[in-house]
Ligand binder design. Structure first.
Ligand code: ZN
Length: 481
């Protein structure tokens, strides 16, 4: 498919320009003002579709570096797989995802989960994808295996957990950080203090406090912040290993990251739209049914939603550059699955949908409300994630030679979010009823129009696995100002 997009405002992380874009053979071939279809018809590999994008923005396709499709969390299987998950992503303006692979059987190798995830994704994904390695234990064979994951498989980032069943202790964290640092791979961490959570949770359950709000109160900001601070210090001990904090939800941890930046330490932070838009009062949402706190179950995830003061601090963290990326932690369940938590918050599977909402929410709440420049928005949702995770400049930028992953946003389009328009298999939208100003109206994946005015036109299996570069190459593009 060859496409000529006319009269749009092209937006990159560093600048915007008024130009036309000619797309051929899946790549961006020409960016110039005033390209005539007669000029490109000769070089086009197929008949050229001309799109008039006057009054609209074109951004590089969104890169969501935190999803969980096909995940089995032990007490439940998520309802989105690599098909429904990537269709949702595409319809919300995201053209590449990096999925955090779930845990495999105890003692399994790193390649075990990678092979399984390749099978999940290869015939299902509708957009390009990669995976983060998942470290669930440390021994010599895992440390050895990391090299081939990075060099042969193109997996240049790994995640470890400081809580949950496969948490690592500090000795193991240091071993992982040191080894990944040698390999120029990025260590991602889910930071929560496991011991503190266990203490608070047991105390609440002993008192019969089981409603959704107690999920949040058993994992207060200090639990997360303590683990953020610990990771920052351990990373120094591992030879200044680069570390990436996933789903930052609170202002105390944010302050620790700010201090690390003042010392010049390579610490990167991600937050998610839910931590910017939804506050802790959501856990007290009621419904007219027999169980008063039923609706609050929708928002059970870890870390939990915080009070409004933290939301303000996170927005400030985006504005001053302390937070580098916005991802989603999309991990979708149905209400029926979430209702396992009626018997106690500890039985509710953690997670909620969001991959389709990220770009529209950040555009409306960030750009249209004047909190972020449109270039900074592009940096947070596309460019910086692509740079940090070794996808740039193939992804994350509108440039000649880059993949033609593009999204057209109409700033005049007003949309009230509702589950009925969403493409996740979950039966609720956490942002239900929010009215957004501006919405993606077209998504192209490697030059192919896969979403047109909210209607999905792509095909299962069209997404490709993208092997990723290591950090020493990524850092060439990255400078923290
Ligand atoms: Zn996650």
């Amino acid at each position: 498919m060859s496409v000529l997009i006319k009269n749009a405002t092209l937006v990159n992380a560093d600048a915007s320009e008024q130009s036309d874009v000619f797309i051929n053979n899946g790549l961006i071939e020409r960016i110039e003002p005033d390209i005539h279809s007669a000029d490109v018809n000769l070089s086009a590999s197929s008949p050229v579709e001309v799109i008039d994008a006057s009054g609209k923005y074109i951004i590089p396709g969104g890169v969501d570096v935190h999803t969980h499709f096909n995940i089995d969390v032990g007490i439940a299987q998520s309802c989105d797989d690599f098909y429904s998950g990537t269709v949702s992503a595409a319809c919300g303006g995201t053209t590449t995802i990096i999925d955090h692979m779930g845990f495999g059987p105890a003692g399994c190798s790193l390649h075990h989960q990678l092979e399984r995830y390749h099978e999940y994704a290869c015939d299902s994904a509708v957009i390009d994808y990669s995976f983060h390695g998942t470290i669930q234990h440390i021994d010599d064979s895992i440390l050895d295996e990391m090299e081939s994951m990075v060099l042969d498989e193109g997996i240049s980032s790994f995640k470890l957990y400081l809580t949950y069943g496969f948490k690592l202790d500090d000795t193991e964290v240091l071993a992982a950080l040191s080894r990944l640092n040698q390999l120029n791979a990025l260590t991602c961490v889910h930071p929560e203090n496991d011991g503190a959570i266990r203490f608070l949770k047991n105390r609440m359950l002993a008192r019969g406090l089981k409603d959704p709000i107690y999920h949040a109160l058993s994992r207060p900001p200090e639990c997360e912040a303590e683990a953020v601070g610990r990771m920052i210090n351990l990373a120094v001990l591992a030879g200044d290993a680069p570390v990436y904090i996933v789903h930052l939800s609170n202002g105390i941890g944010l302050e620790y990251i700010r201090q690390a930046h003042q010392r010049g330490q390579p610490v990167f932070a991600e937050t998610c739209p839910q931590y910017l838009q939804l506050d802790i009062n959501r856990y007290n949402e009621t419904c007219s049914g027999d169980f008063p706190a039923d609706q609050g179950l929708k928002y059970i995830m870890s870390p939990p939603l915080r009070d409004s003061d933290h939301l303000k601090q996170l927005w400030h963290g985006l504005q001053d550059g302390t937070i580098s990326t916005v991802a989603t932690d999309h991990c979708a369940f149905t209400m029926e699955q979430k209702r396992a938590g009626r018997d106690g918050f500890q039985y509710c599977p953690n997670g909620m949908p969001g991959v389709e909402n990220r770009i529209p929410l950040m555009f409306s709440e960030g750009v249209m409300k004047g909190r972020l420049s449109i270039n900074h928005f592009v940096d947070l949702v596309s460019t910086k994630p692509a740079q940090l995770f070794g996808l740039y400049p193939r992804k994350g930028v509108i440039a000649e030679g880059s993949d033609a992953d593009l999204v057209i946003i109409d700033p005049d389009c007003e949309v009230t979010l509702s589950q009925s328009q969403m493409h996740s298999r979950s039966d609720y939208c956490p942002f239900e009823g929010m009215t957004l100003q501006g919405y993606p109206v077209m998504t192209l994946s490697r030059g192919k129009i896969i979403v047109r005015n909210g209607v999905f036109k792509g095909l299962a299996g069209d997404g490709e696995f993208i092997p990723r570069e290591t950090l020493n190459r990524c850092f060439r593009y990255w400078n923290r100002s």
